[in-house]
Design a binder for this molecule. Structure first.
Ligand SMILES: Cc1ncc(C[n+]2csc(CCOP(=O)(O)OP(=O)(O)O)c2C)c(N)n1
Length: 265
């Protein structure tokens, strides 16, 4: 099993210099945006921020491996999905600062946004429902005879929701081409994994559903990219769901909120 102590081993087999450079640039972009966001937060221009710092390789590697017409259903730590899909930065920044040019037209300042144009289905705060929606998207492709996979994200904590079980089970029974990506970062909010579930690793759950489970080092961009590329290629030919467990760690807390100023009188 991969854990935080496992050294990152980069295997560039089959990857050109150009691909490596593209991956590197795509990896750095969300990090630079996040650092800016943390400054805006301290300046009071942002209400709160869910940081994906340290977990970027999962979002970036996945989005880079999929075709632009394939749907992705990200969560709150997946800024890299939005940047790889090429959403203009002014729209992203408008969204996060609650301006009219954002996807939710200023009604929200978070990741609760999606875009048909960029084939991204937005999340809602309740953990889990995006998983069943991914099944629906994949079923739609299947019925139309389109060879497309759908990638849906969940945190390890959110797998304790019933939605996870229902969605993986129906995908297994109906052979829906969904990649269920579990970002195993060791915590569900502030609850450590040891107090959240008893399974040793999430790929073990795949056995129970009768589907394939693959575990990768989620901090290794090349491993994520190569694995998702390989899985997607195979799933387009032979539709079926796969659980992809990405071992990672959360370098920041669950979220950061606007600092409150207390004035003593
Ligand atoms: C149905 C539901 N229950 C509880 C919450 C409150 N909540 C928000 S994030 C979170 C933990 C998420 O943990 P995990 O899925 O591991 O992702 P992480 O934020 O740790 O990366 C919880 C319990 C929620 N949003 N929805």
């Amino acid at each position: 099993m991969v854990n935080a102590e496992t050294p990152i081993r980069y295997d560039r087999t089959g990857l050109s210099d150009e691909t490596l450079l593209d991956l590197y640039k795509a990896l750095v972009k969300p990090r630079l945006i996040e650092e800016k966001m943390l400054v805006l937060l301290r300046q009071g221009k942002l209400a709160k921020w869910f940081s994906g710092i340290g977990q970027e390789a999962i979002s970036v590697g996945t989005a880079m491996a999929l075709q632009p017409n394939e749907y992705i259903l990200p969560m709150h730590r997946n800024l890299g999905i939005f940047t790889v899909r090429g959403i203009p930065l002014h729209r992203l920044f408008s969204q996060f600062t609650g301006k009219p040019g954002g996807f939710t037209k200023g009604r929200d300042r978070s990741f609760h946004m999606g875009s048909q144009e960029y084939r991204i289905v937005g999340m809602i705060s309740h953990l889990g429902p995006q998983l069943g929606v991914a099944d629906g998207v994949a079923l739609g492709h299947l019925l139309k005879g389109e060879p497309c996979v759908t990638a849906v994200f969940t945190g390890d904590g959110a797998t304790s929701e019933g939605d996870f079980h229902e969605s993986v089970n129906v995908a297994a029974v109906w052979d829906l081409p969904v990649i269920f990506i579990i970002e195993n970062n060791g915590y569900g909010l502030s609850t450590p994994s040891s107090e959240q579930f008893r399974c040793r690793q999430f790929i073990d759950k795949a056995i129970g559903y009768g589907i394939e489970g693959v575990q990768v080092d989620g901090n290794n961009i090349l491993e994520v990219f190569s694995t998702v590329s390989r899985l997607a290629e195979s799933m387009r030919e032979r539709p079926r769901p796969v659980i992809l467990e990405c071992i990672t760690f959360r370098m920041r807390g669950h979220n950061r909120v606007l600092p409150i100023r207390i004035t003593l009188i």
